[in-house]
Design a protein around this ligand. Sequence first.
Ligand code: T5A
Length: 263
Amino acid sequence: MIYGTCTTASKSLSFKTLVLQKSFNFRVQFFSNCSPKKLRMDNNLNCSIEGNKKGSRGALVVLEGLDRSGKSSQCTRLVNYLEGQRISAELWRFPDRNTDVGKMISAYLTNTSQLDDHTIHLLFSANRWEKRLLMETKLKSGTTLVVDRYSYSGVAFSSAKGLDIEWCKASEVGLLAPDLVAYLDISPEKAAERGGYGGERYEKLEFQKKVAESYKAIHDVSWKFVDAFQPIEDVEKQLQEIVIDCVTECQKGKKPLSLLWSK
Ligand code: T5A
């Protein structure tokens, strides 16, 4: 069981280097006399939106990875597992192709429409923003959300096309910060060998290699890396062990909700 690192020696080395270079996922705590509007920030990363409230809540768990890394399979298994533990949980995914914005995104991904790179990036962001309030409501009501792709996909895929990373992050600022990001780690070559690959716009080996580099550039030390080339049941078990601790911590009211990349 390997948390927060890669499973091969070479990957461990490269991520170790990155970990040393990168700064951290600081969670900013409120003092009791701070109003929610007076957000104290540390190193320009996440900031709390719950002040000194210590309420029990659901956890926001995000699975990220290359196309065909196994996210959808694992999200489904994770929700089933949590429900089996009598934990209220829902599976969410981005893009949510059911909304009007999501339909535009789906048309783009299936190559039935063409859009400027900046435009499609903003549509992916808008697709998350239109779900933000519901997401917060669910979490505060105690439901854990297991989310198949989130803002990190937005930044990784758009920056892999050459868009500036900071520009890509800007439209994500203020969305809810995940309590846990699990990265399903698989080489682009191995992912490409999996069923159904090649049907959508981004499912091209050369592009996925760039996406993998982008993920490396944007990850932080809090991410949990799981070897996604293991048998599906092994990935499942590893994720369960990672996620249950996080869910328990949120249930105990130990983690205030916070905002992503906020100033
Ligand atoms: N995108 C997304 C952006 O550009 N910006 C954004 O902001 C967002 C949110 C659509 C595309 O949009 C881009 C990224 C994407 O290119 P998507 O619909 O999530 O996003 O597309 P995919 O990631 O391709 O989703 P898939 O469902 O196709 O892939 P998954 O979910 O990673 O993989 P899964 O679980 O469906 O498994 C794929 C196959 O592998 C097998 C499964 O059985 C299945 O056949 N498999 C395994 N086989 C062996 N061993 C294992 N451990 C296995 N795990 C799964």
